[in-house]
Design a protein around this ligand. Structure first.
Ligand code: T5A
Length: 221
């Protein structure tokens, strides 16, 4: 039985979602709210390795089908080992990428059928859906420039063509239109501080119950 609250952070490359998720984590910490920061791929012990194989071992010449199954394997482990136990303890779980990334990257980017991917997502996640998703939307040229500017070297996804990333963005926006109650869209093409304000303002409108009351008007302190 899920007692906590599950928020996912999504967006194209370099949209700034990791930066904003960490900021929300700091706010939760400041107010003593139990929370967990995690990510996909890479949130469980097994998936630290999986992440490296998928994103950085370019010599493997990973096929799209193999890539898809590795992301799903990562999710299956992560949900059961990390996310569900934290939710059962009543924590707020903030997760950097989740099922929408599979639809956007493997569906939009690689061209897999979205209906099939939804079924596969359902199986991998055991049906665990986010309570809310924050989608950080940014033009792909700007996001890629930011991601490349970090000087970490390009991973397999960052090496894809602009058109691949445009298809990814289109699917994220399609999901947001189809699931307005779950997905909050934040304009990520603004200074970090403005993006944070927009994110918090939108979250305040949607977050239920007393456990989030501290955010109202106080977070800037
Ligand atoms: N993937 C993942 C799939 O294909 N299928 C799946 O099912 C899943 C789960 C993950 C990759 O895996 C793919 C998608 C991804 O390609 P990753 O390394 O986790 O790889 O990469 P990303 O999730 O894309 O994360 P990034 O770290 O690249 O980007 P973020 O999180 O969007 O951005 P962030 O916060 O790290 O910021 C990037 C840079 O921009 C600056 C930051 O300081 C940083 O330098 N920045 C800003 N600059 C200007 N203005 C702002 N508003 C800024 N906000 C941040």
């Amino acid at each position: 039985m899920k007692k906590g609250f599950f928020i996912t952070f999504e967006g194209p490359e370099g949209s700034g979602k990791t930066t904003q998720m960490k900021l929300l984590g700091e706010i939760l910490k400041r107010y003593g709210v139990p929370y967990l920061l995690t990510r996909e791929p890479g949130g469980s012990r097994l998936s630290t390795q999986l992440r490296h194989w998928i994103l950085n071992r370019l010599e493997y010449n990973l096929m799209p089908e193999a890539e898809l199954f590795l992301f799903l394997a990562d999710r299956a482990q992560h949900v059961r080992e990390v996310v569900r136990p934290a939710l059962e303890k009543g924590k707020i779980v903030l997760c950097d990428r989740y099922t929408d990334s599979t639809l956007a990257y493997q569906g939009g980017g690689r061209g897999f059928d979205l209906k099939l991917l939804k079924i596969m997502n359902e199986a991998a996640s055991g049906g665990l859906k986010p309570n809310l998703t924050v989608l950080f939307d940014v033009p792909v040229e700007i996001g890629l420039k930011r991601a490349r500017g970090r000087g970490k070297g390009r991973d397999r996804m960052e090496r894809e063509k602009l058109e691949f990333h445009r298809r990814v963005r289109r699917i994220f926006l399609l999901i947001a239109r189809q699931e307005r109650r779950r997905v909050l869209v934040v304009n990520a093409n603004q200074a970090k501080e403005i993006v944070s304000e927009e994110m918090i303002d939108k979250l305040i409108e949607r977050l239920p119950g007393p456990q989030f009351r501290f955010l109202k008007g106080k977070y800037r302190g």
